[in-house]
Design a binder for this molecule. Structure first.
Ligand code: CO
Length: 429
């Protein structure tokens, strides 16, 4: 396993939620010399520098600002920090039939079957009152299996392998423990963990939380030839990690930008999602006015990096027979003329030129004409900014499962192609 793959696995293991992913990526940017800017402050946009901005603790924009974007444009790579999962309901614990259970809301288009019979941890963000009277957000991570959703035995449902469907309200609550003389106090459990994790913070009480469950099984390299990565959240933390890697290796000549949005899996409409104003307002502050921003957009391009469906060897019929991306054959250019992907013939050509120059193989996907097509932050960002864009991503299997499969060779290939894009000479268009 090469060093890059090991770093990716380590990042996946410590990033169970978008909050943790953004925190870990911002630590990496700080180590590389980037300065965090806060949206409520005045920004030093007159001088070149490496900066990043965080919104809602879950979306991040990093920029290596060099010169007036009206003359150079921005080279942008986008991805999303969120993945489908099970989120904890506000009044979290219910007790019945002898067990304390956690009420759960399905976030995004999760494949639900794989959540059964897993050792589930819990992580997220908690907002607390401090003893000083202030309020603050804190990350929390129960890095151990505290919950479990047991399957119903086959003896009690003989048609399970042909017919079982999952009721999200009644079948998903996760078992926490048996109910003893008293019920578990969820707020007390959270507070105790917070006080352990943040011992000098002076936490008075919890006000609210955004918690989700995740699979405690760590990411792994699998397969007879050790050529696959198995992990949760490959869609799309793999792309987020490659994007930051590319930014750090870029020469900075074209004002490279990485934008990582939350809430893609639920439609992107939020203040920190791609349909919100986050990217536009950050880029606008690096331009000297509306006219400069419009000139900059015309010189800019976005690569929306989000994993693609590799052909499933047991279900070849759900793919278009002329477009069958394989794992470990390089990033996939996604095409949908219904604009579910932002790629057009011009941006496809530019990305092909980037791959050729970077010596990275690439593939193409288009969904079957009789099936619906997914989407990414690409079209919504392109529409919001009026910027040209291409949708690409490494091929993977089992998208939106609790454990997905990608190819080990595609990760470094993606990072190399993205660096090649950020540093590519001026566009001919
Ligand atoms: Co995705």
């Amino acid at each position: 396993m090469n060093e890059y793959t090991q770093q990716l696995l380590d990042f996946l293991a410590v990033s169970p939620t978008p909050f943790h992913a953004v925190s870990n990526l911002s630590d990496r940017l700080v180590r590389a010399g980037f300065t965090q800017l806060h949206e409520s402050d005045a920004w030093p946009t007159e001088s070149a520098g490496d900066y990043f901005v965080i919104r809602n603790d879950s979306s991040l924009i990093a920029i290596r600002y060099r010169e007036n974007p009206a003359n150079r444009g921005f080279r942008m790579v986008g991805g999303h920090t969120d993945s489908p999962c099970l989120k904890v309901k506000p009044n979290a614990v219910t007790c019945n039939n002898g067990y304390a259970k956690l009420g759960l809301e399905v976030y995004g288009g999760a494949l639900l079957n794989p959540w059964f019979d897993r050792d589930l941890g819990m992580a997220g963000r908690v907002t607390v009152h401090l003893e000083s009277g202030d309020m603050t957000n804190l990350l929390i991570h129960f890095d151990e299996p505290i919950a479990f959703i047991p399957s119903l035995a086959i003896h009690l449902d003989r048609k399970v392998n042909e017919q079982r469907s999952i009721n999200r309200q009644t079948h998903l609550p996760a078992v926490l423990c048996r109910v003893g003389p008293g019920e578990p106090d969820f707020h007390e459990i959270i507070l105790n963990r917070l006080r352990d994790d943040h011992p000098d913070t002076g936490i008075a009480r919890m006000l609210s939380f955004e918690l989700s469950l995740y699979d405690c099984q760590p990411p792994a390299i699998v397969g007879l030839e050790k050529s696959f990565i198995a992990s949760a959240r490959l869609d799309n933390l793999l792309s987020c990690y490659a994007a930051i890697e590319a930014l750090l290796h870029s020469d900075g000549s074209h004002n490279p930008v990485v934008v990582l949005n939350d809430h893609e899996e639920v439609g992107s409409v939020s203040s920190s999602g791609a349909a919100g104003p986050f990217l536009q307002s950050v880029l606008g502050r690096f331009c000297k006015g509306g006219d400069d921003m419009l000139r900059a957009m015309n010189r800019s391009m976005l690569v929306s990096a989000d994993n693609a469906h590799g052909v499933h060897p047991n279900y070849p019929d759900v793919h278009d027979a002329a477009h069958m991306p394989l794992l470990n054959e390089g990033p996939v250019i996604k095409i949908n003329h219904g604009q579910r992907y932002a790629t057009n013939s011009e941006t496809e050509a530019l990305f092909r030129a980037v791959c050729e120059r970077s010596k990275v193989k690439c593939q193409t996907i288009v969904v079957r004409s009789d099936m619906a097509c997914g989407t990414t932050i690409g079209p919504v960002t392109a529409a919001r900014l009026g910027v040209r864009a291409v949708d690409i991503g490494v091929p993977q299997l089992g998208m939106h499962s609790i454990r997905e499969l990608a190819g080990v060779h595609d990760q470094p290939a993606l990072a190399t192609a993205l660096t090649g894009f950020l540093d590519y000479p001026d566009w001919p268009f």
